[in-house]
Design a protein around this ligand. Structure first.
Ligand code: F6R
Length: 619
C-alpha cells in the first residue's frame, strides 16, 4: 500500500524520459524510497525501469543501461508503508503481458479480496502491493473492451479506498489515462502536449495552464486534447487555473538545502500571504466575498490541523478570540473526529494544511461537514483535496514547500489566520478601526522583521548550533503566544536532529517539568516583550531565574533592547520589536534556524528526515 507518492504523466512530441525524470525530481518530496518510469518507445514497445532508493539510483541505472525512449510515459516516486521499498514493489506495475503499465498513489482498501478473485482466475503477481492488483484488474478489463478509458471505468467501480491511478497501454500509444478518488491529480495543458501530475510541481517548468480534476473523475490525455468524465462516463466541466509558482520557485536555487531556501523565504511567504488583502487599515479577503452572513452567524470556531499547522492554529486562537470575540478551540485533526464533538451549523471549522492532502485533516473536515458545520480551509497548495472539500478557502501564498519540515508555510499560516481574524472581526463589528489599523501596520512590518532576524542572527545561531552539536536533550519554554512557539521549536528539533526535545508552557514548569532541569540542560526560553505586558515578561524572567538556579543553560529569544534577561541567559537571540500577538512570527525564526543548524552539524539530511514524508496521506 502506498502512503504518499508523486505521479507524473506525459504525452507529446518530445522524448518523455527527461520530462518524467525532471517531474519526479520536483515531486521527490512526496516520497523518496523508490522511483520508476515507463515509456512507450518509438518502436511501439513498452519499456519500464524502477529501482528502490532515491531518484538518483534510478537515474544512475538508466545512465548505465539506457532504455528506449518515446513520447508517452508515466513516472512515480514512492513512499511505502506495506510492501517494503524494494525494486519489485516500486512502480510502475505491469500487467496484460507487460503491455500495460500502472502507477498509483493511495490505498486500495479491498485489495486482498480483489487479489483473491484474480488469483482464483489464474493471474499471478510479482509484488506485494495493492497497486499491482489494480494493474491486473485493468489488464483484464482491457482485454475485454480493448479501450483503456472503458477499462478504467470498470476498474474504479471495483475499488474501495483512496487512489490516483495512471496507466498507459502499448496498444493505445499517445494516451495516458488517470483516475482519482480522495487523492490528488491535476492536468497541465501544453501546446501539442499534455501532462498529469500529483501537483503542479510535476509540470510547472513546461506549462502554467492547469486544470483541477474533481473527485471520482477519469481523465484521458493525448497530445491534442484532454477529456474528463465522471466514473459513470458522463462528461464533466473542469476548472482551469493558472499556476502562480514558477519553475525556479520549486528548485533549490543555490541553497544548501530546500529547508535553508525555505527559511530564507519566510519574509516573502508572509508578504505574499498579505498581498491584496490589506485595504486602508482593514482586511478584506476577496475569496471570502459573499460570506458575511456566515461569519456573522458563527458562535464558535474550531481549528483543526496536525503538527506544525496545529501550532499555527494555537497561535491563531489568541488573535481570533481577541478580534472576533468568538470562542475558539484548537484540536489535533486525528483526535477531533473520534470524540463526538459538539458542532452544528453555527460552528466554523477552520482547517490548516500546507499540503492540503493530510488525511487526518481531510477526514476531520469531511466529518465536520457531515455534522452540518461550515468549513474553511487555510491551505498552501492550489487544487488540493482539503480546500476542494471545504466551503471556503484562504490560500497561504508561501510558494512550494519541498523540505519535509514546515517552515515558511508556518509563518504564512499564522499570517492567514490573523487576516481571517481581522476579516471576521470587521464583518462582525467586534473590531475597532484603530485596533484593525494597528494590526495591519504590525503585519506589514513582519516581513522586514523576519528579514532582520535572518540578517543579524542566522550566522550566530548556526555557529551556536554547531557548538551544541553533541547535545542530547533540549527544552523549550514559552507563555501565551510563545507557548505554541516552544512546541514548534521542540518539534523541529525532534524531526530534524533526532534528539529529545520538549516544549512547555513556562507556567507549567513548577507543576512537574522543572524536575528535568539538571546542570547543563539546554533550555530555550521565548521571552515576551516587556513593553507589551510587564507582568508576563516578569513571570518569564522569574522562570528563567528558577531554571538557571538549577544549573540550566539558558538560551533566551528576546526582544532587542530587553536587558532584563542578560544577567540570567547564557545566550540571547534577538528579535525586533513587535506587538504581543505578532512576536511569534519573529520568535520562531531563530528556532527554525537552530534546528536546521544542529541537524546539519550532525551531518543529517534536513530536507528528508528519516521516517517522514512531506504530507501524510493515511490516517
Ligand atoms: C513538521 C511538519 C508537520 C506538518 C503536518 C501537517 O515540521 O511539517 O508536522 O505540519 O504533517 O501537514 P500539512 O500542513 O501538510 O497538513
Amino acid at each position: 500500500m502506498e502512503r504518499m507518492c508523486g505521479i507524473v504523466g506525459y504525452v507529446g512530441p518530445r522524448d518523455s524520459q527527461a520530462i518524467l525524470l525532471s517531474g519526479l525530481a520536483r515531486l521527490e518530496y512526496r516520497g523518496y524510497d523508490s522511483a520508476g518510469i515507463a515509456v512507450i518507445d518509438r518502436d511501439g514497445d513498452l519499456d519500464m525501469r524502477k529501482r528502490a532508493g532515491k531518484l538518483q539510483v534510478l537515474r544512475d541505472d538508466l545512465s548505465a543501461h539506457p532504455m528506449g525512449d518515446g513520447t508517452t510515459g508515466i513516472g512515480h516516486t514512492r513512499w511505502a508503508t506495506h510492501g517494503g521499498p524494494t525494486d519489485a514493489n516500486a512502480h510502475p506495475h505491469l500487467a496484460d503481458d507487460d503491455k500495460l503499465a500502472v502507477i498509483h498513489n493511495g490505498i486500495i482498501e479491498n485489495f486482498a479480496e480483489l487479489k483473491a478473485e484474480l488469483l482464483a482466475e489464474g493471474y499471478t503477481f510479482r509484488s506485494e502491493t495493492d497497486t499491482e492488483v489494480a494493474a491486473v484488474l485493468l489488464g483484464r478489463e482491457f482485454s475485454a473492451s480493448r479501450d483503456l478509458v472503458a477499462a478504467f471505468r470498470g476498474v474504479v467501480a471495483r475499488l474501495e479506498g483512496a487512489f490516483t491511478l495512471l496507466a498507459m497501454h502499448r496498444d493505445e500509444p499517445g494516451l495516458v489515462v488517470g483516475a482519482r478518488r480522495n487523492s490528488p491529480l491535476v492536468i497541465g495543458l501544453g501546446d501539442g502536449e499534455n501532462f498529469l501530475g500529483s501537483d503542479v510541481a510535476a509540470f510547472v517548468e513546461h506549462t502554467r495552464n492547469a486544470l483541477a480534476i474533481g473527485q471520482d473523475q477519469i481523465v484521458a490525455i493525448t497530445p491534442q486534447g484532454v477529456e474528463v468524465t465522471d466514473f459513470a462516463g458522463g462528461t464533466v466541466e473542469v476548472e482551469p487555473f493558472e499556476v502562480v509558482w514558477d519553475a525556479s520557485a520549486a528548485e533549490k536555487g543555490g541553497w544548501s538545502s530546500f529547508m535553508a531556501k525555505e527559511v530564507s523565504e519566510e519574509p516573502e511567504a508572509v508578504a505574499n500571504t498579505l498581498r491584496g488583502r490589506l485595504h486602508d487599515g482593514s482586511v478584506v479577503i476577496p475569496e471570502l466575498d459573499g460570506l458575511d452572513d456566515l461569519f456573522a452567524g458563527v458562535s464558535r470556531v474550531i481549528v483543526i490541523a496536525c503538527g506544525t499547522a496545529a501550532y499555527a492554529g494555537m497561535v491563531g486562537k489568541y488573535a481570533l478570540e481577541q478580534w472576533t470575540r468568538v470562542p475558539v478551540d484548537v484540536e489535533l485533526a486525528h483526535e477531533f473526529r473520534y470524540r463526538d464533538p459538539v458542532i452544528g451549523p453555527d460552528t466554523l471549522v477552520v482547517s490548516i494544511s500546507q499540503s492540503g492532502e493530510t488525511m487526518d485533516t481531510l477526514m476531520a473536515v469531511k466529518y465536520a461537514r457531515e455534522q452540518g458545520a461550515k468549513t474553511l480551509s487555510i491551505c498552501n497548495t492550489q487544487g488540493a483535496t482539503i480546500p476542494r472539500e471545504s466551503d471556503a478557502i484562504v490560500y497561504t501564498h508561501a510558494g512550494p514547500e519541498v523540505a519535509v519540515a514546515s517552515t515558511k508555510a508556518f509563518v504564512a499560516q499564522i499570517t492567514a489566520l490573523y487576516l481571517l481574524a481581522l476579516h471576521i472581526g470587521r464583518v462582525r463589528g467586534s473590531l475597532s478601526p484603530e485596533v484593525s489599523r494597528d494590526a495591519v501596520t504590525q503585519l506589514e512590518a513582519i516581513p522586514a522583521g523576519i528579514a532582520r532576524v535572518l540578517e543579524t542572527e542566522q550566522e550566530h545561531i548556526e555557529q551556536f548550533a554547531r557548538w551544541m552539536g553533541d547535545t542530547q536533550s533540549v527544552l523549550f519554554l514559552g507563555r501565551h503566544v510563545g507557548y505554541p512557539i516552544a512546541l514548534e521549536g521542540a518539534l523541529k528539533l525532534k524531526e530534524l536532529a533526532y534528539i529529545h526535545a520538549e516544549g512547555f508552557a513556562a507556567g507549567e514548569l513548577k507543576h512537574g517539568p522543572i524536575a528535568l532541569i539538571e546542570p547543563g540542560q539546554a533550555v530555550f526560553v521565548i521571552v515576551p516583550s516587556p513593553r507589551a505586558s510587564r507582568e508576563l515578561h516578569k513571570k518569564v524572567v522569574s522562570n528563567i531565574q528558577e531554571i538557571r538556579a538549577r544549573g540550566a543553560r539558558v538560551i533566551a529569544v528576546a526582544e532587542e533592547g530587553d536587558a532584563a534577561v542578560l544577567p540570567f541567559a547564557d545566550e540571547v537571540l534577538r528579535i525586533p520589536l513587535a506587538g504581543p500577538l505578532f512576536e511569534p512570527l519573529l520568535a520562531v525564526v531563530p528556532l527554525h534556524i537552530f534546528a536546521m543548524g544542529l541537524a546539519t552539524a550532525k551531518g543529517l539530511d534536513v530536507d528528508q528526515p528519516r521516517n517522514l514524508a512531506k504530507s501524510v496521506t493515511v490516517e
